[in-house]
Ligand binder design. Structure first.
Ligand code: PEP
Ligand code: MN
Length: 260
């Protein structure tokens, strides 16, 4: 996995991370992951275990008890797993349960204390870490988060573009502001850059266009949320798609004039 996402070769197909916004139940995680693996398009599985909700009334994740579900999903599918971490305890728990890839969420990237806490917890553990852009269009905080992780000795750090918050109604949940991830790629050319169309779009009908745009702009792949029953998902219901819909979406993407 490290070599597929890092050390990328010019002919490598776009990397795809997929899975539910949130782990809800063991059955939901296992069925989603098995159906995603069956598409043959997914290189890593994702699921939120601790959910950073804007307001206190939302579903805040199943917590540590969901980690064995992901470990089992990985054993069943042979695919690596990715989980968001926001505290040193999250890091410890993910490492204890063999989670393969960690990611820093958009709300955390904007908080240097939290990023430093994560970086310090990872000192001496060279696990791959993906850093999402901060919620607001502040490139230096994004670069700074990467630097904190690299200073802790991490050599497999990647970037995820999930769009930027803006006030009021727009076509996007988080505006893509494509010039910003492009500038990030210019600043940090050796880091893989993935797009997260799910959190950019916030809805299903525009996911394909954003995923395609990312490939057109030279991104290394996408991260997409997928759920076995999207309408009844416990978080981000409007933007999730079934594994089979995801398969069709990926199949239709064009990458260097070849279907993916
Ligand atoms: C997520 O990917 O589950 C998530 C919470 O995303 P973001 O940090 O981009 O809002
Ligand atoms: Mn989500």
């Amino acid at each position: 996995m490290k070599s597929a996402l890092f050390n990328r070769q010019p002919d490598d197909k776009p990397f795809l991370i997929a899975g539910p916004c949130s782990a809800e139940t063991e059955e939901q995680v296992l069925e989603t992951c098995e159906r995603l693996a069956a598409t043959g398009k997914v290189q890593a599985l994702r699921a939120g275990i601790w959910k950073p909700r804007t307001k206190p009334s939302g579903f805040e994740g199943v917590g540590t008890r969901g980690l064995p579900w992901l470990k089992r999903a990985s054993e069943l599918t042979g695919l690596p797993t990715a989980v968001e971490v926001a505290t040193a305890k999250h890091v410890e728990d993910c490492l204890a349960f063999g989670i393969d890839i960690l990611w820093v969420g958009a709300r955390t990237t904007g908080n240097p204390f939290s990023v430093q806490e994560i970086a310090s917890a990872l000192r001496g553990v060279d696990v791959p870490v993906l850093v999402k852009n901060p919620i607001h269009p502040e490139l230096e905080l994004w670069v700074g988060a990467v630097e904190r992780l690299q200073k802790a000795g991490l050599t497999h750090v990647g970037l995820v573009h999930r769009g930027f918050s803006s006030y009021g109604n727009t076509d996007f949940r988080n505006a893509p502001m494509w010039h910003l991830p492009i500038e990030m790629k210019r600043r940090l050319p050796d880091l893989p850059l993935l797009c997260d169309p799910s959190h950019i779009c916030g809805r299903r009908d525009t996911l394909a266009a954003v995923a395609q745009q990312a490939l057109n702009l030279g991104f290394d792949g996408n991260m997409l949320e997928s759920h076995i029953d999207p309408d009844n998902a416990w978080s981000d219901a409007r933007q999730q798609i079934t594994p089979e819909v995801l398969r069709a979406l990926i199949q239709d993407l064009v990458w260097r004039h070849e279907p993916t």
